[in-house]
Design a protein around this ligand. Sequence first.
Ligand code: HEM
Length: 321
Amino acid sequence: MSLVISRACVAVLAVLLFSSACQAQLSSTFYDRTCPNALSTIRSAVRTAIARERRMAASLIRLHFHDCFVQGCDASILLVDAPSITSEQNALQNKGSARGYEVIDKAKSDVEKICPGVVSCADILAVAARDASEYVGGPSWTAKLGRRDSTTASISLASSQLPRFTASLGSLIELFGSKGLSARDMVALSGSHTIGQAQCVTFRDRIYSNASDIHAGFASTRRRRCPANFGNGDGNLAAMDLVTPNSFDNNYFKNLMQKKGLLASDQVLFSGGSTDGMVSEYSRNPSVFKSDFAAAMVKMGDIEPLTGSAGIIRKVCSLVN
Ligand code: HEM
């Protein structure tokens, strides 16, 4: 009898140990029991927002990226200025540029209504990025969940860890490498510049440079809505992929091969360097691009998450509880 009990105890202990070890890992079934309708609720908020404004798909994908590259995927980007917080939203790479915060807030408040205090803002960002890609014809993937939210933000890390459009290929490879992402992941992820828009200030120097790495006709078309002088039309928007701006396809890579990358940091991916072969492969093979993109998004979503008892579940994404 006592042997049976002690065996049972060992079994219970093993299950407990195993489950606590698993807590540190993200899992696609994380909310299956605690909030079974979380994903469908997020999805409908995301779909409503993109149906209203198609660009929002791009903005939501970028928001998840800008979250994950700063302190890991912990929703730190969503925190607004407060006595103990200097918001990452004011970093150069985000200010007047990162968008979609209100869509995440809406998804969060919808989810709070059905399961208060259960679903993290960091997971909502990850799911929203996935749903956004899917909605505009991009790949879908199984989102891994179980991230928790930070109680801190870092504007200084945002300034140093988010890539700049002036970055060289070498420094981009190094930056992504420091996050555990390969050059191939970086090229695939940059393929999301097949949708969305950029402001004149981010590509002005390139289109007025008369450099040999830009298609002359492309530059002159782009100059029409982006005046030469700094301070003039800085915020004018241009589609990052002129040809098919609203669909998530591999046209971005075809553009690069014709020297029609909008940002300098786009064109460096096809400029006689080590990533040329990847660009050309993705331009020829959309299905390889899409599956590599999906895999790289999952990998990106795994950057230093807070799990288990680390961090918190924020009640409102923009504030620490
Ligand atoms: C490789 C380094 C990268 C650089 C230097 C870069 C830079 C930029 C810049 C300057 C813009 C335009 C912002 C504006 O004018 O307001 C932009 C837009 C965008 N970026 Fe990137 N990016 C990079 C990688 C990525 C990655 C890895 C992703 C996604 C995983 C991504 C997704 C997007 C999207 C979707 C947009 C359009 C956003 C919108 O329309 O709201 N970018 N990026």
